[in-house]
Ligand binder design. Structure first.
Ligand code: G3P
Ligand code: CA
Length: 225
């Protein structure tokens, strides 16, 4: 059962910050999950929303700011918005990284960065899995480099997600845990895909999803898994 820290260990530190990813490592997470957008100068920025309004002391759309502008805003009065490189360097192969592509244009930039860490810093493909609700971006990822593991995110329809996973030779399906039961988890696994379910936080839901024998759980509190 893989323990995957959602946006870092979001229950304990501000989401998608180096502090949250450090906490996830301290909790012995097998993986971390994070979200990415591009800045105006095409740097890969780790942030969930399209805007900085909810999580920082600033206001505006992420892709209208340069990286240096984005660094001037604070999260929870103390943390800066990290780049994906900074997270890779912090994690330093201690766990795998589930990169969820949110912003347009992120697929090609993320593929490029992964290839750089594999060729120059001795990382391997198994240190990464790219997921997205935008399946066009997953297709783009797979076309750019079919060796990069892909996770098909869905909150609606498992059958369509399975068909897409077969087409793109994905590694995993990432379903909203509320779609799951023992039978459909087994069916997905029999077709050769991992089931990494999200976002499972309460003790009760964690126990229920574990009883379905999923391969991994993405949680704000990975220590409870
Ligand atoms: O990757 C699973 C989960 O993170 C998807 O939802 O909104 O938290 O990015 P969200
Ligand atoms: Ca996410």
């Amino acid at each position: 059962m893989l323990k995957i820290a959602h946006r870092g260990a979001k229950a304990y530190e501000p989401e998608n910050t180096l502090k949250a990813f450090q906490k996830a490592l301290e909790l012995n997470s097998d993986g971390i999950e994070l979200d990415v957008h591009l800045s105006a100068d095409e740097q890969i920025i780790v942030i969930h929303d399209e805007t900085i309004d909810r999580t920082t002391n600033g206001k505006g759309i992420v892709n209208t700011f340069s990286l240096s502008d984005l660094k001037s805003f604070l999260i929870d009065g103390k943390c800066q918005i990290p780049t994906l490189n900074e997270v890779f360097d912090l994690v330093d192969k201690k766990c795998f990284i589930n990169i969820e592509l949110k912003g347009l244009g992120t697929a090609a930039k993320v593929v490029e960065l992964i290839e750089q860490y594999i060729s120059e810093k001795n990382w391997s493909y198994n240190h990464f899995i790219i997921s997205s609700f935008d399946w066009n971006m997953l297709e783009e990822t797979s076309n750019l480099n079919p060796n990069i593991p892909i996770g098909v995110l869905t909150e609606e329809d498992l059958d369509t997600a399975l068909a897409f996973a077969e087409k793109t030779k994905a590694k995993a399906i990432h379903p909203d845990y509320q779609l799951l039961n023992k039978e459909n988890v087994q069916q997905i696994q029999e077709k050769g895909f991992l089931v990494l379910s999200w976002t499972v936080n309460s003790e009760e839901d964690i126990q229920k999803v574990k009883s379905y024998k999923v391969n991994g759980i993405i949680s704000d509190n990975p220590d409870k898994i």
